[in-house]
Ligand binder design. Structure first.
Ligand code: TIU
Length: 220
């Protein structure tokens, strides 16, 4: 049992029953020309966390923990993309349109790949999800339960969209969740700060948070 110093109080977990979840660290969000930039965002903010995510991933791998990578991805025929999602707002390119990294947010396209620094290794789970939350339209809950996973440690992007939505969905399904504070980022710094505060408030109403250094020290 690892007893991690965390906010708002200690987060106890057993590595054998915990998965490291890395949300959507794909080129669509982190590199210019992808979905994130088409929405009008500065993607360099997200690039800054890559070395931290890699350090935690390396420590987790060395400790022998399970890893789940997600990608926000739609089928090429967009049958899993609600029109409400595709048509909302005024992006420069919509989901399914062709950009410099291929079709925006479509499975199999270059832009949909996880960035090379964090590339999944054989044996790690890689799940495409059509929603912001990782349980919507996926088999992730069955996958985790069949492997006895009860605890989830989250990193990835963006804090207030796919990370927060996934953590809330997981919390409602009974998983004990922690987010790595410097292993997640938003295009809007004030949204990240507010998200970490609201997730951990009210006695860990959604879950816990801790800095990467604390987690890495506990794993090594
Ligand atoms: N727009 C934004 O902040 N995020 C997303 O659309 N997807 C994820 O967070 N992965």
């Amino acid at each position: 049992m690892i007893r991690l110093a965390a906010t708002p109080f200690e987060y106890p977990f057993e590595l054998a029953h915990t998965a490291l979840v890395i949300i959507d660290m794909q080129r669509d969000f982190v590199e210019p020309g992808g979905f994130g930039e088409t929405l009008g965002n500065d993607v360099t903010r997200l690039q800054a966390i890559v070395p931290t995510v890699r350090r935690v991933l390396d420590a987790w791998r060395a400790a022998g923990g399970r890893v789940l990578h997600t990608r926000e991805a739609h089928a090429p025929d967009l049958s899993d993309c609600p029109p409400a999602k595709r048509l909302r707002g005024a992006p420069t390119l919509r989901i399914g349109d062709t950009g410099p990294m291929g079709r925006i947010l479509v499975a199999g396209e270059p832009g949909n790949q996880i960035i090379p620094e964090l590339a999944p290794r054989p044996g790690e789970w890689v799940i495409d999800k059509p929603g912001k939350g990782m349980f919507c339209g996926t088999q992730i809950d069955a996958l985790l339960r069949s492997h006895g996973i009860s605890h989830l440690v989250f990193m990835g992007v963006t804090t207030e969209v796919c990370v927060q939505t996934s953590m809330r969905e997981a919390n409602d399904r009974g998983y004990d969740c922690l987010v790595v504070e410097d292993g997640t980022e938003s295009y809007f710094p004030e949204f990240k700060t507010a998200t970490l505060a609201m997730l951990t408030a009210q006695g860990a109403i959604v879950g816990w948070s801790a800095p990467s250094a604390t987690l890495i020290a506990a794993l090594t």
